[in-house]
Design a binder for this molecule. Structure first.
Ligand SMILES: NC(=O)C1=CN([C@@H]2O[C@H](COP(=O)(O)OP(=O)(O)OC[C@H]3O[C@@H](n4cnc5c(N)ncnc54)[C@H](O)[C@@H]3O)[C@@H](O)[C@H]2O)C=CC1
Ligand SMILES: N[C@@H](Cc1c[nH]c[nH+]1)C(=O)O
Ligand SMILES: [Zn+2]
Length: 434
């Protein structure tokens, strides 16, 4: 972990850079694969699956029986834990349902807004270095609650060319039946254009590595919506002398172990805590099964000492972390001033990994400072709002003149006429009744 001592705001631009490749470096490969999948469909998908995942598949579809029988391969303990996570995530996302908004903006003019499910969605479940079956729940549950009609799940095959049984089990809980063993750029391209076996969708959601994230961004050029750029994991912990250094170190390592390009950051007003956390991280790292990945990620880790909480807060808002953990005496100060973060974990007893799996919040979150403008996945990610209006006779009389004036001022005669003809017709009817 590289330590910085009270850096000034000029250095924030450099300190908030993530350790990922620039989009411009990734795009040539992404474009090539998109073009090939568009032209050759499953054949191109198979070619890139063999190249990047090292397996040759005759078919990328997962058959229904494998999904139905996924329970058999899992321990009772794991199924119970998945069920608990399912329940909590469902509870939190179900509570995000909103009522129809209906307003009479002026007498006789009624406007309302109603949410409808996006009919066809593609869920990307990461599976390169670990099969993240928790992502199935994070995406499948809100898709199920929203009522999306066609839910297509893609995830890279295991080294043996199979689908991880945990993914199949979680998918079964979410009522997902269309599953394809394909990952990376080729999976996003397949969902964008459709292939002989994989359906084209309207929106692609889910986290992934740099390649997946760049591919999702290109998909938006082809009339496909995405949730947001949810790339390599990151965690910023702001902690001070009341924090437990071992807890903070464990939290930082928990995100460092995701991938070599993960980034973890410790911000503190205590130089002593920075040192203690560093020592504890070194000790804990030795015992990790993914030590190699985590140590690589730690080369990108930064520890920053700030003299005042205000400077620390300014940095946090500039960094806009995917996850923010607050383990500080100044908890309410940070919460009050917080502008940018994907998801926040408050207090020493709230490990970030609780949100990764089971507390109820969604773990599909904006990375690379995109928390400045994007929300993480939530129920609304699977819905779109349609607005409606109905105008009565009284309404038309109340609003008509103003619309005519506005249309005239914009020089749009036909717009004006659409109102004028109706107003005249109303007037003629009234005259006839007299
Ligand atoms: N922001 C968020 O909400 C979350 C982010 N994540 C992140 O998701 C990522 C998961 O990454 P992975 O394990 O790699 O799984 P992944 O499923 O995202 O990517 C694996 C695929 O990448 C492709 N690939 C690998 N190397 C390639 C190369 N050199 N060129 C082209 N394509 C290549 C392969 O097709 C492979 O199937 C991690 O970075 C993790 O931190 C995970 C969960 C949530
Ligand atoms: N920490 C990951 C999510 C995760 C899945 N499994 C474990 N963790 C992220 O949100 O970036
Ligand atoms: Zn995690």
């Amino acid at each position: 972990m590289k330590i910085y001592n009270n850096p000034n705001t000029e250095s924030f631009t450099e300190l908030t850079q993530r350790p990922e490749q620039a989009l411009s470096n990734l795009m040539p490969l992404v474009s090539t694969i998109f073009d090939e999948v568009k032209a050759k469909g499953d054949k191109a998908v198979a070619k890139y699956t063999e190249l990047f995942d090292g397996v040759r598949l005759n078919s990328n579809s997962v058959n229904a029986q494998n999904i139905q029988e996924s329970d058999k391969n899992l321990s009772k303990e794991l199924k119970e834990a998945i069920n608990l996570a399912y329940k909590n995530i469902k509870k939190f996302h179900q509570a995000q349902k909103t009522e129809t908004v209906k307003v009479e903006t002026m007498p006789g003019v009624v406007c309302w807004q109603e949410k409808k499910p996006i009919e066809k969605v593609g869920l990307y479940v990461p599976g390169g270095s670990a099969a993240l079956f928790s992502s199935v729940l994070m995406l499948g549950i809100p898709a199920q609650i929203a009522g999306c009609q066609e839910i297509v799940l893609v995830s890279p095959p295991t080294k043996k060319g199979k689908l991880a049984p945990e993914i199949a089990y979680a998918a079964k809980l979410c009522g997902i039946t269309k599953i394809y063993k394909v990952g990376g750029i080729q999976a996003i391209a397949a969902l964008t254009f459709g292939t002989q076996s994989i359906p084209k969708v309207y929106k692609i959601l889910g986290p992934g590595n740099q390649y997946v994230t760049a591919a999702k961004q290109l998909a938006t050029n082809h009339k496909v919506a995405i949730d947001m750029p949810a790339g390599p994991s990151e965690l910023l912990v702001v902690a001070d002398k009341i924090a437990n250094p071992a807890f903070v170190a464990a939290d930082l390592l928990s995100q460092a172990e995701h991938g070599e390009d993960s980034q973890v950051v410790l911000v503190s007003t205590s130089k002593r805590l920075l040192k203690q956390v560093e020592t504890s991280m070194k000790k804990q790292l030795e015992k990790l099964s993914r030590k190699d990945i985590a140590s690589k990620a730690l080369e990108n880790a930064i520890g920053i000492y700030f003299k005042t909480p205000q400077q620390a807060l300014d940095f946090i808002n500039n960094y806009a972390p995917e996850h923010l953990s607050i383990q500080s005496n100044d908890e309410s100060f940070y919460l009050k001033g917080l502008q940018n973060a994907g998801s926040v974990f408050i207090g020493s007893l709230t490990p970030e990994s609780a949100g990764d799996y089971a507390s109820g919040t969604n773990h599909t979150l904006p990375t690379n400072a995109f928390a400045k403008q994007y929300s993480g996945v939530n129920l609304d990610s699977f819905l779109k709002s349609i607005t409606y209006q109905k105008i009565s006779e009284t309404g038309l009389q109340n609003i008509g003149k103003s619309v005519e004036i506005l249309a005239e001022a914009e020089g749009l005669q036909a717009h004006k006429n659409a109102v004028s003809l109706r107003l005249e017709s109303l007037k003629n009817n009234q005259d006839a009744e007299k």
